[in-house]
Design a protein around this ligand. Structure first.
Ligand code: IPE
Ligand code: IPE
Ligand code: MG
Length: 236
């Protein structure tokens, strides 16, 4: 059921886990567990739709400021996801890549991330980027630093809008076509600032744990109707 022109890169701000739990008088951590539980189906739906790149915002550079037990729960869920999904990812052709500064994570989680990335290198049906300890501002700064390391002593005038992307954590991937945010807020919250320059923005009140294949299909159908002008005149 590939659509004619599926987005080449969908990015999702998975927001609303806490409110989902609150509505049910449950601890926020239950909302996070429920939210982690919908990811597998979502990845599969993207494969079915012919979407080759999916980036999920799992933990922002600002999320460290939450209570430490909530941070621990999120780290634990991330670890479990990687552990539980390894076989599925391999059989379903999912290539995993973590975007973000993982050096702040516990050594076991860092190792699990490296193993998961190394074990899912086969030609993929889909690249799944998990943005963890990720911030769009961090990405831009680390890209400048990576460029400088690759070109010691070079003049910054050699950096251009066209060659800059290869130093970002999304190097080699297309820009974001469709940016989805669940949970009813209308903001970017330091997600893929550079890569989403011309993304179509889709906001829904649906809370992340309730975001299913049908909701994704709605967003993709909405996307198919957009007139993407990129600053030019309409060709319609
Ligand atoms: C998104 O859900 C998950 C993360 C930010 C890690 P929230 O935890 O932000 O849920 P709300 O916004 O409080 O409902
Ligand atoms: C954005 O959600 C980060 C993730 C989904 C990982 P937040 O809940 O942290 O964003 P704000 O604080 O409402 O902007
Ligand atoms: Mg939130």
């Amino acid at each position: 059921m590939h659509t004619t022109h599926p987005p080449q890169h969908i990015a999702i701000i998975m927001d609303g886990n806490g409110r989902w739990a609150k509505q049910r008088h449950l601890p926020r951590t239950v909302g996070h567990a429920k939210g982690a539980g919908v990811v597998h189906d979502l990845v599969r739906s993207c494969v079915d739709l012919g979407v080759p790149h999916l980036t999920l915002y799992a933990f922002s550079t600002e999320n460290w400021q939450r209570p430490s037990d909530e941070v621990s729960t999120l780290m634990g869920l991330f670890f479990q996801y990687l552990e539980k999904e390894m076989t599925n990812m391999r059989t379903e052709g999912v290539r995993l890549k973590v975007l973000g500064d993982i050096s702040r994570f516990a050594p076991e989680l860092q190792q699990r991330i490296r193993d998961a990335e190394a074990d899912t290198l086969n030609p993929p049906n889909i690249t799944l980027n998990v943005a963890a300890n990720y911030g769009g501002r961090w990405d831009i700064v680390q890209a400048v630093q990576a460029w400088q390391q690759a070109h010691p002593g070079a003049d910054a005038s050699e950096l251009t809008v066209d060659n800059f992307g290869q130093y970002l954590s999304t190097a080699g991937m297309p820009d974001v076509d469709l940016l989805i945010r669940t949970g009813g807020e209308y903001r970017i919250s330091n997600f893929l600032l550079w890569q989403a320059a011309y993304a179509e923005l889709y906001f829904t009140d649906t809370l992340w744990p309730d975001f299913d294949t049908q909701e994704l299909q709605k967003a993709v159908t909405w996307f198919a109707d957009r007139d993407r002008r990129f600053g030019k005149l309409s060709t319609r």
